[in-house]
Design a protein around this ligand. Structure first.
Ligand code: SF4
Length: 417
């Protein structure tokens, strides 16, 4: 008996608009899927690139990736930007990861939750039908996922609350619910809502939860929430600027990863090979002079100009709220969906994307505010939880250093001034 799908993102719309962007990812294919696709009548199809269609990813584990054409597109991507497998044989013939994209199904005890990859331009721009209408499809996908991985949602252990502190699945969901309530409270701008989440997470980091279970836990967290509401500075301008080293420089080190779009065959105009990446990383670290064109959307701009383009217009908040609520409510920020981070550390890593998004939006000054915000989210989310570099221990260490020193709150506030 498979687990139901719950907590669908109510603010989110989506339909595929066939941009072909996701057909550039390194989709992992199992042996079974490879054999199934090879058995299809495709060899003479003029829209399919010549073999080999699969590249060994990890031969011992029987996994492969779809081969890409020289322009970065998948071997099965047609000249009209459509998947040839889907076009001729239906969606279920595709490798499961392609079939599921841009949805992410996350186990949450007795049910699945639905996250979304905002690297899909249609998700970032909220284009299409309400996701809630896809409930039946998602239930079918969850059953396919259970077959694909050979496990049910219930078999997945809950993420830790913090190192050494575990809670049951229902209690983890209670904690997440309180953070979602903070994020949905439109009495504050998004930046203050996120600072309140950080303040509550800080208290959770010091709390011993042994005697706090069930409704008692919810009451405790709601009390912490109102205490933090009173303590959190009201205006972004009330916070000091980020520390030069532990705030600004560490921020730019991680920003250099989030701003890039050179994975999946995308070719930014300013990066050439490994040396190009190293030089670009150095320029981000220095934070002066010309911003290297690490993605094709960046125009000629200087770090100093980005810093001076102040403010976060109010119309950004709806898009930002949608992004953060979907990520949080789906648990796409902790556990296996984000390098096995405990809940509190995962929340901090998610909130760090806020100043990243605001920085990117400022670096795209010619775009209208909402479109620029959506594009910034698309770029940043292409890395969040998926870029192996973000899982490196030294990057995780930088993040926890920034969080422990209170630099995240300052960065969140700083890029809203
Ligand atoms: S990135 Fe999104 S809109 Fe583009 S082809 Fe993939 S699912 Fe469709």
């Amino acid at each position: 008996m498979s687990s139901p799908v719950k907590n669908l993102p109510v603010m989110q719309n989506w339909d595929c608009h066939a941009c072909g962007d996701c057909c550039r990812i390194d989709a992992v294919v199992t042996d079974q899927e490879k054999l199934r696709i090879e058995a299809l009548d495709l060899a003479t199809d003029p829209e399919v690139a010549p073999k080999p269609w699969f590249t060994p990813a990890n031969r011992g584990a029987g996994t492969w990736t779809l081969t890409h054409r020289p322009d970065g597109g998948c071997v099965f991507l047609t000249s009209a930007n459509r998947c040839r497998l889907h076009e001729r044989f239906g969606g279920e013939v595709k490798p499961f990861v392609c079939h599921l994209f841009p949805f992410v199904l996350i186990p949450a005890g007795n049910h699945w939750r639905v996250g979304m990859r905002f690297s899909c331009p249609s998700v970032a721009a909220n284009r299409g039908r309400p996701v809630a209408e896809a409930e039946k499809d998602l239930a079918r996908l969850s059953r396919l996922l259970e077959q694909h991985v050979g496990r049910s949602a219930e078999s997945a252990p809950p993420p830790l609350m913090r190192a050494g502190q575990s809670l049951s699945w229902p209690d983890i969901c209670r904690v997440v619910q309180v953070f979602v309530e903070i994020l949905e409270d439109r009495g504050d701008r998004m930046e203050r809502r996120l600072r309140k989440c950080l303040a509550v997470a800080r208290v959770c980091d010091k709390t011993r939860f042994e005697d706090l279970r069930g409704e008692r836990l919810t009451k405790y967290l709601r009390a912490v929430r109102s205490a933090m509401d009173a303590e959190t500075p009201r205006e972004a301008a009330d916070l000091p600027p980020p520390d030069r080293l532990f705030g600004a420089i560490l921020f730019r080190v991680i920003l250099a990863i989030f701003a890039r779009r050179d994975r999946h065959g995308h070719r930014p105009s300013g990066l050439r090979g490994r040396l190009g990446r190293v030089v670009a990383g150095w320029r981000f670290l220095r934070g002066r002079g010309r911003v290297p064109r690490v993605n094709e959307f960046l125009s000629e701009t200087r770090f100093e100009d980005v810093e001076q383009r102040g403010g976060a217009p109010l119309e950004m908040d709806e898009t930002l709220e949608r992004y953060f609520v979907v990520k949080l409510n789906s648990l796409q920020f902790c556990g296996p969906a984000n390098f096995d981070l405990p809940l509190c550390a995962g929340l901090e890593s998610l909130i760090l994307t806020f100043p990243m998004i605001l920085w990117m939006r400022r670096a795209l000054p010619e775009m209208p505010v909402v479109a620029g915000t959506q594009l910034a989210i698309q770029l940043v989310d292409d890395h969040f939880g998926g870029d192996p570099m973000l899982g490196f221990p030294h990057i995780q260490y930088l993040l926890s250093t920034m969080a422990q020193r209170g630099e995240l709150e300052k960065l969140v506030a700083w890029y809203c001034r």
